[in-house]
Design a protein around this ligand. Structure first.
Ligand code: HCB
Length: 215
């Protein structure tokens, strides 16, 4: 199997909501020595995007989306186990990350958190459906450098705007950098609410996080 064929097989397994097949493809990728980050980004993630399109068009229904996302999570777990362990002696920074309250979408946020750990960040993952005040509390507690929030719905992205306000009210906005992401979020939205960075995917999230701590 070529690399491109494997990416196609990964996408197909998620679209077919076939967990066994998705795990088998992930294991094959490991056996082939492929970069786990590329397999997630160029194989499984496009599959999940296709699932979203099918759901939107009414040709796939919520129970199938749930099974497809379980297939993706299982495959990503296989690949994440093969990411290089963080061996950096100096911490890149402290990150608090979570999916905004009211939102249960956490696959992408989980990938971002994992990749940030690989790049030497100390990551505190608050999970999903996270009350806004929890970001503020955790950031204070661990003296966070970066707060990353994820929103996949137009309703919950409003929480990212409120979070900016809460951080100012708590008087810690000038001590942390904020990064926003998630399917519905854009650079325009980040600029509009005054977030310090927007990342379209996990690799970009790491790159922007490194720039934020450097700058
Ligand atoms: Co869900 N859902 N869903 N869903 N879902 C979306 C998000 C829609 C866009 C689908 C659609 O209509 N086309 C839509 C939202 C529409 C909108 O508001 N504009 C939607 C809806 C409506 C809903 C429900 C309301 C459906 C219902 O109940 N009727 C419900 C929400 C309930 C709730 O949250 N209160 C719901 C439920 C579900 C599940 C449970 C079935 C499942 C989630 C499982 C889980 O996450 N544990 C699910 C899924 C899987 C999706 C889609 C199909 C895929 C999301 C995904 O995992 N993508 C999604 C369609 C889509 O996104 N196009 C659909 C793959 C990951 C890897 O990409 O974008 O999340 P990502 O993350 C990237 C990137 O954004 C960035 O890096 C990540 C890695 O590369 N990033 C960050 C993410 N977070 C970051 C944070 C940072 O700081 C920086 C970068």
């Amino acid at each position: 199997m070529t690399q491109q064929e494997l990416f196609d097989a990964a996408k197909a397994a998620v679209v077919a909501a076939d967990e066994d097949q998705a795990v088998a493809v992930a294991q094959e990728a490991v056996a082939m020595g492929l970069d786990p980050v590329r397999v997630i980004a160029e194989g499984f993630t496009p599959g999940m995007r296709e699932v979203g399109d099918l759901f939107e068009r009414g040709t796939m229904f919520l129970p199938e989306v749930i099974i497809a996302s379980e297939a993706m999570v299982a495959a990503v777990a296989v690949l994440e186990a093969h990411l290089p362990a963080d061996k950096k002696e100096k911490k890149a920074g402290v990150v608090v990350i979570g999916t905004i309250e009211g939102d249960v979408h956490d696959i992408g946020k989980g990938i971002v958190a994992t990749l940030m750990r690989v790049y030497g960040f100390e990551v505190h993952d608050l999970g999903r459906d996270v009350p806004l005040v929890s970001y503020v509390q955790k950031a204070r507690e661990v003296d966070a450098t970066i707060i990353g929030s994820s929103a996949l719905m137009t309703t919950t992205m409003m929480g990212q705007k409120t979070l900016e306000k809460l951080l100012k009210e708590a008087d810690i906005r000038d001590r942390v950098r904020t990064m926003v992401g998630g399917a519905v979020v854009t650079q325009y939205w980040a600029d509009k609410i005054g977030a310090d960075a927007y990342a379209e995917n996990a690799q970009e999230a790491v790159q922007k996080a490194l720039e934020l701590v450097a700058g």
